[in-house]
Write a protein that binds this ligand. Structure first.
Ligand SMILES: Nc1ncnc2c1ncn2[C@@H]1O[C@H](COP(=O)(O)OP(=O)(O)OP(=O)(O)O)[C@@H](O)[C@H]1O
Ligand SMILES: [Mg+2]
Length: 125
């Protein structure tokens, strides 16, 4: 297990990608490593944009490397998901595609809506 506390400002998105790369270098092939970095940046971007955090609030990025799978969790202490909004909001060229991408590229993903809110995904090794 490996954990990194990031701050809720946009600079952390590049930090998160770099952290995932450093943590998983040599443990995943280059294509899967790129997938993990992409999805990590979607989830950290969401936490920064949508969780209603202040700049000094932390977003936690946790990476667990198992024998068969890599599990990534992004934890924010924010207000949580408004599921009705997610279901009703139309997806268009402006956005709403981040979680669709997470669903397509990962092997499994989910939202743990109990506080502190966690969005996680797994990519099999
Ligand atoms: N960490 C979070 N806390 C609260 N709400 C969230 C969080 N992450 C996502 N959401 C909600 O889920 C919605 C869908 O997220 P998604 O990443 O699919 O789209 P988006 O961020 O709106 O657009 P895009 O990712 O395409 O730029 C968001 O608009 C937001 O309402
Ligand atoms: Mg998004």
């Amino acid at each position: 297990m490996s954990e990194q506390a990031l701050q809720a400002r946009p600079v952390t998105i590049a930090d998160a990608r770099r952290y995932a790369r450093d943590r998983l270098h040599g443990l995943l092939g280059p294509d899967k490593l790129a997938d993990v970095q992409l999805l990590t940046s979607e989830l950290v971007t969401n936490a920064v944009r949508h969780a209603g955090l202040n700049e000094e609030d932390a977003v936690n990025l946790e990476i667990y490397v198992g024998t068969d799978t890599v599990h990534v969790a992004v934890v924010d202490g924010g207000a949580g998901f408004d599921f009705s909004k997610i279901l009703d909001e139309p997806r268009d060229a402006r956005g709403g595609w981040g979680l669709v991408l997470v669903g397509k590229v990962s092997d499994r993903w989910g939202i743990d809506a109990s506080p502190p809110h966690t969005v996680w995904f797994e990519i099999d090794r």
